[in-house]
Design a protein around this ligand. Structure first.
Ligand SMILES: C[S@@+](CC[C@H](N)C(=O)[O-])C[C@H]1O[C@@H](n2cnc3c(N)ncnc32)[C@H](O)[C@@H]1O
Length: 191
C-alpha cells in the first residue's frame, strides 16, 4: 500500500517538473498576471491585514507571486511539488524559504507560532480532485489563522462548491483584458 502511495506521489511530482522544463510556463511576467498579483495584495491588505509575521504560499511555483507576498510579511514560506520550480523560486526570492512537497507530505516545523498568519493557494486548487481539494482546504484551515485562494472563472464549477461550504467566506472578482478577457475569483476567510 505504502509503495503504491509513493509511486503515485512520484508520478505527480514528475509531471509537475515536466511542466517546468522551460522557465515561466504560465507567463507570470505578463502585465495580466502582474495585475493579478498586485490586486491580490490589495485584497489581502484591505480585508485580512497589512502586515504578517508569516505567510505560507501553497503552489508557489517559481516565486513570481512570492515577490509580491514578501511586501506583506516578515517571512514567506513557499511549497510546490516541482523541484525545478522550487530551485528557481529560491534564486528569485533568497529571503523566503522554499520546500519541495505538497501540503500533505511537507512537514511544517515553522513558524514557531502554532499557525501561519495567512495561507494562500493561488491558481492551484483546480488541479486537485474533489477529495484532495476538500482535504487541502481543511489542511489550509488547520495551518493558517486566515486563508486566501484564487482561481480562473472557468474553474468555478469544480472549485466553488467546496469554497461555498467554508463558514465566513468572503469573495471578490478580478478581471483584466489584453488580447483576451480573463476573470479570476478570489475567496478568503478567517479560521
Ligand atoms: C498555475 S501555477 C500557479 C503559480 C502561482 N501560485 C500563481 O498564482 O501564479 C500552479 C502551481 O501549483 C503547483 N501545484 C500543483 N499541485 C500542487 C500540490 N498538490 N501541492 C503543491 N503545489 C502544487 C504546480 O507545480 C504549479 O507550480
Amino acid at each position: 500500500m505504502q509503495s503504491r502511495l509513493i509511486t503515485f506521489l512520484k508520478s505527480r511530482f514528475n509531471r509537475a517538473n515536466r511542466l517546468y522544463a522551460t522557465p515561466d510556463p504560465w507567463h507570470l511576467e505578463t502585465p495580466r498576471e502582474q495585475f493579478r498579483f498586485a490586486e491580490t495584495n490589495r485584497l489581502i491588505a484591505e480585508h485580512i491585514g497589512e502586515h504578517f509575521a508569516s505567510i505560507l504560499e501553497v503552489g508557489c511555483g517559481e516565486g513570481h507571486q512570492t515577490q509580491y507576498l514578501e511586501q506583506l510579511a516578515n517571512k514567506v514560506y513557499g511549497v510546490d511539488i516541482s523541484a525545478r520550480a522550487i530551485s528557481r523560486a529560491t534564486r528569485r526570492c533568497p529571503q523566503s524559504k522554499f520546500s519541495e512537497g505538497d501540503i500533505f507530505t511537507f512537514h511544517f516545523t515553522e513558524p514557531s507560532a502554532s499557525k501561519f498568519d495567512l495561507v494562500t493557494a493561488f491558481e492551484v486548487l483546480h488541479y486537485l480532485s474533489d477529495d484532495s481539494l476538500a482535504s487541502t482546504l481543511e489542511k489550509m484551515c488547520e495551518l493558517g489563522a486566515a486563508c486566501m485562494v484564487s482561481y480562473v472563472e472557468k474553474h468555478r464549477p469544480h472549485v466553488d462548491p467546496h469554497i461555498r461550504k467554508i463558514p465566513g467566506i468572503q469573495t471578490a472578482s478580478l478581471s483584466f483584458t489584453d488580447t483576451r478577457y480573463v476573470k479570476w475569483e478570489v475567496a478568503w476567510w478567517k479560521n
